[in-house]
Design a protein around this ligand. Structure first.
Ligand code: GFB
Length: 292
């Protein structure tokens, strides 16, 4: 978001690091909004992680996300913010929703157990934005991105999402000369991926052009099996060894492809293809994090 907003020439950007402002503290968040009086709020702060992190820390995922989003949404209302964009996730949809998943499929079936606490928190955020719009006339929009990847991602193997994990696992194995890499599950689930620069572009687009209370999906419009993704990352990284699948780890949702016809009808399109996006992300990783 910061990269995109600076590119667009916005200079009056107000941010706080986690150590400067603890978003789980209601009074501190209220004072921050009173002092700074932001006009536009991109609510991207959240406790996030991949399938293993969600499955391991359910209490933190539901508590941290409900608390911090409630503090920010309520303080945005109290301080008269012009518009707020709330970021949810594609995991809010039912585990067996028809594919591709449309916005109206929300709350039509049971959720994927591995990330239900997180999904419930995000659904609460959507309902809070919609309720404040209805009762107080606020303009709080809710957008639902698919699985994201790109620069500055979390590459910790315990808490990360699959794509950064694959980049790190294949790179480390290549550098260390290992002859195999172990991945989780069966490799058969399908996932959709969107580069974070495309997401930031969509968020600025919607902040400018959308005022509805209904949620809006943001995705690339195509998905891939984890096995196909692994082969793609393996080839981009240049790892020559074999892939071992650890079936004791969960697969999660079998598929969660978003229907993006709503945002396309508004005039937005994703621009960064998966293979190109992985290549530039791997280059960034090697230049900034990976051991060479
Ligand atoms: O990206 P990921 O952790 O989350 O896992 P979800 C996607 C798929 O990749 C799962 C498989 O089937 C994993 O088992 N996978 C294979 C791996 N190897 C690995 C690995 O080394 N690391 C990881 N992380 N996965 C998340 C939700 O679900 O999607 C979050 O838990 C959020 O709440 C996020 O919604 C967008 O896509 O399954």
């Amino acid at each position: 978001m910061m990269r995109k907003l600076r590119l667009e020439g916005y200079s009056n950007l107000v941010v706080r690091t986690r150590s400067e402002l603890d978003l789980t503290r209601q009074i501190e968040v209220g004072n921050f909004f009173k002092d700074e009086k932001p006009e536009y709020v991109f609510l991207a702060a959240a406790k996030v992680g991949g399938i293993h992190a969600n499955n391991t820390y359910p209490a933190e995922f539901i508590y941290d996300n409900i608390i911090l989003q409630s503090n920010i949404i309520h303080s945005a209302y109290k301080s008269g913010v012009t518009k707020l964009l709330f970021l949810g996730s594609s995991c809010i949809y039912p585990k067996f929703a028809p594919q591709p998943m449309k916005e109206e499929h929300l709350l039509t079936g049971t959720l994927e157990p591995t990330n239900e606490p997180y999904a419930i928190a995000k659904i609460a955020g959507i309902k809070m934005c919609q309720s404040y719009n209805r009762q107080y006339g606020t303009k709080f929009i809710s957008v639902m991105p698919t699985n994201l990847y790109g620069f500055n991602d979390n590459f910790d193997l315990e808490t990360s999402h699959v794509l950064p994990a694959l980049i790190r696992k294949f790179h480390d194995a290549k550098i260390s000369g290992h002859d195999s890499v172990t991945l989780w599950g069966t490799g058969s689930p399908r996932r959709e991926f969107l580069h974070v620069d495309d997401l930031a572009d969509a968020c600025v687009f919607l902040m400018r052009n959308y005022e509805g209370s209904e949620i809006v999906n943001i995705g690339s419009g195509e998905d891939i099996t984890i096995k196909e993704l692994a082969e793609l990352v393996k080839q981009i990284v240049g790892f020559k060894g074999e892939i071992i699948w650890d079936k004791t780890k969960p697969d999660g949702a079998p598929r969660k492809l978003l229907d993006i016809s709503k945002i396309k009808a508004l005039g937005w399109q994703p621009k960064i293809g998966l293979s190109e996006g992985i290549k530039t992300t791997y280059e960034w990783y090697v230049g900034n994090i990976g051991r060479s």
